[in-house]
Every structure is written in structure tokens, then in C-alpha cells.
Design a protein around this ligand. Structure first.
Ligand code: HEC
Length: 133
């Protein structure tokens, strides 16, 4: 009986966490669609994630995987500060993709740093599907 109760509680918690990552993503995708973007593709997101970008100000190539690695379930390391970055995948880090403001803030910073410009609604939607997968 006790084991059963623990089981149910764990199941409910897992579900609640998964639901919050996907509900934040749902809200953002809706917003991006309203801006004319879509359909979105996790494959396109993965390609962009691993692409190497060269932009005028920087001598070295930059990529999303420079800090986050190309395996979303692994921890990353900040390319400049060497600080540890927790895994991106909501499946191993339940806090990921749960806070819309944080997501947009980091998209803004990281797209500018990596690609040299802001990401479009299409690109952000593709990244989100890839990270959520
Ligand atoms: C220079 C290092 C660096 C690069 C390159 C980088 N990021 Fe990040 N990213 C960070 C840091 C630092 C955080 C915030 C710390 C954390 O959440 O662990 C973060 C957080 C995020 C988040 C927030 C996720 C959440 O819900 O917590 C998203 C989304 C993200 N990055 C996407 C990207 C994408 C897409 C690219 C490539 C265009 C990229 N990042 C490139 C360092 C980087």
C-alpha cells in the first residue's frame, strides 16, 4: 500500500514536471505561429544547434554546442567563463523550458553571441522542439 502510494506520487510529480516544460513550449509556439512562423521541426533545430557560425566580430567559430555540448542530456561548460551549465534536456533537468521569460532572455543573449543576431520565431520554435524532444 505504501509502495503503491509512493509510486503514484512519483508518477504525478513526473507528469507535472513534463507538463510544465511542454506547456511553456506550447505557449511560445502559439506566439511564434501568430507571428507567421511554422511548421516547426526538431531536425532543423538540431542542425542549427550544431552548426558553426562565423560572424564579423569574432575570429573563432561559435555554436550552441560550444557551451551546451551536442548531447542535450550532458552538462555543458561556458566557453568563456568555464562555468558548468546543467543539461538542457527537460527529461534529465526538470527545470528546463518551464519559464517563458527565462527562455526568451537566453534566446536573445545566446542567439546574439552565437549567430551574431537575434533568432527568428521560426528558429526559436525549431530549437524548442529539438530541446524538448
Ligand atoms: C557562451 C555560452 C553559450 C552559448 C554559445 C549558448 N548558450 Fe544557451 N545558455 C547559456 C547559459 C549560461 C544559460 C543559462 C544558464 C543555465 O540555464 O544553466 C543558457 C540557457 C539557455 C536556454 C534556457 C533554457 C531553460 O529553460 O533554462 C536556452 C533555451 C538556450 N540557452 C538556448 C541556446 C541556443 C539555441 C544556443 C545557440 C543559438 C545557445 N543557447 C548557445 C550559455 C550559452
Amino acid at each position: 500500500m505504501k509502495i503503491w502510494a509512493t509510486w503514484v506520487t512519483t508518477g504525478v510529480l513526473l507528469f507535472a514536471q513534463a507538463a510544465s516544460a511542454s506547456s511553456a513550449v506550447d505557449i511560445l509556439l502559439k506566439e511564434y505561429r501568430a507571428a507567421g512562423a511554422g511548421p516547426f521541426s526538431a531536425d532543423a533545430g538540431q542542425r542549427m544547434w550544431n552548426e558553426k557560425y562565423n560572424h564579423a566580430e569574432v575570429p573563432v567559430e561559435r555554436s550552441c554546442n560550444s557551451c551546451h555540448t551536442s548531447n542535450l542530456t550532458d552538462s555543458g561548460r561556458h566557453a568563456k567563463t568555464q562555468k558548468l551549465i546543467k543539461p538542457m534536456a527537460p527529461s534529465v533537468n526538470a527545470r528546463r523550458l518551464t519559464n517563458i521569460r527565462e527562455i526568451e532572455k537566453w534566446f536573445m543573449r545566446n542567439c546574439k553571441w552565437t549567430i551574431g543576431r537575434e533568432c527568428s520565431a521560426q528558429e526559436k520554435g525549431d530549437f524548442l522542439l529539438y530541446i524538448l524532444k
